[in-house]
Design a protein around this ligand. Structure first.
Ligand SMILES: [Zn+2]
Length: 213
């Protein structure tokens, strides 16, 4: 371990390795990567996988250049407007608000939703200094009020912050006359009541719907 650390600090002759230091420092932009992990990654790439390192560098360069936010839904896309927003087969009267592109994909995977999306790329978090301005709620407002949208479905997470975001956004949109709904929580598909936590079960009970007679 000590040998490795010394290796990263300088070459065999003790000369400073500026490029290696810079690489270790650069790798620390990745979430959850501390100094030791960054050093391990850098040494691994240089010692065992230089082709992989080149591919990574190229992919990063290209993605950073090419990937932007969709003008309509704010998700990542390479054009001005993403494929979903361009599609003529989606119901433009429905707008589903999610926190991240990953959440959008989760909703898409259900194949139960035919409307369009707006991706917040975050959520309100006063403790972290993330307010309505930081997540650009003005853009959502503009999108939701474009004339086609009849209902906004708030599908932010059921975390403290996700709930607070849904509440805030919901009030904002409802005040402008839009129909706003929140994703219902409930018992998971295939879930047995015995194993569902009481909070979820209580919510499922409150949000019960009539069934066809
Ligand atoms: Zn889009």
């Amino acid at each position: 371990m000590a040998g490795r650390a010394a290796e990263a600090r300088g070459g065999a002759g003790g000369e400073p390795l500026g490029s290696l230091d810079a690489l270790v420092k650069a790798l620390r932009v990745l979430p959850g990567v501390g100094p030791r992990a960054a050093q391990r990654m850098a040494l691994h790439l240089l010692q065992h996988d230089r082709d992989g390192a080149r591919a990574l560098a190229g992919a990063l360069e290209r993605a950073v250049e090419a990937v932007h936010h969709c003008e309509r839904c704010n998700t990542f896309t390479e054009g001005a407007v993403c494929a979903l927003c361009r599609s003529g087969r989606r119901d433009a009267a429905l707008l589903c608000v999610v926190e991240t592109p990953a959440d959008l994909m989760m909703v898409e995977n259900t194949q139960a939703y035919s409307g369009l999306y707006y991706v917040l790329m975050g959520r309100l978090s006063p403790l972290e200094g993330i307010g309505p301005r930081e997540i650009r709620l003005d853009r959502l407002l503009k999108r939701a009020l474009d004339g086609d949208v009849r209902e906004v479905i708030l599908a932010t997470n059921f975390t403290h912050e996700g709930e607070a975001t849904a509440h805030y956004v919901g009030e904002l949109l409802a005040a402008r006359g839009l129909k706003v709904s929140r994703l219902a929580r409930g018992v998971p598909v295939g879930g047995e009541l015995e194993y569902v936590d009481s909070g979820t079960l209580a919510q499922a009970l409150r949000e019960r719907r009539p069934i066809a007679a």
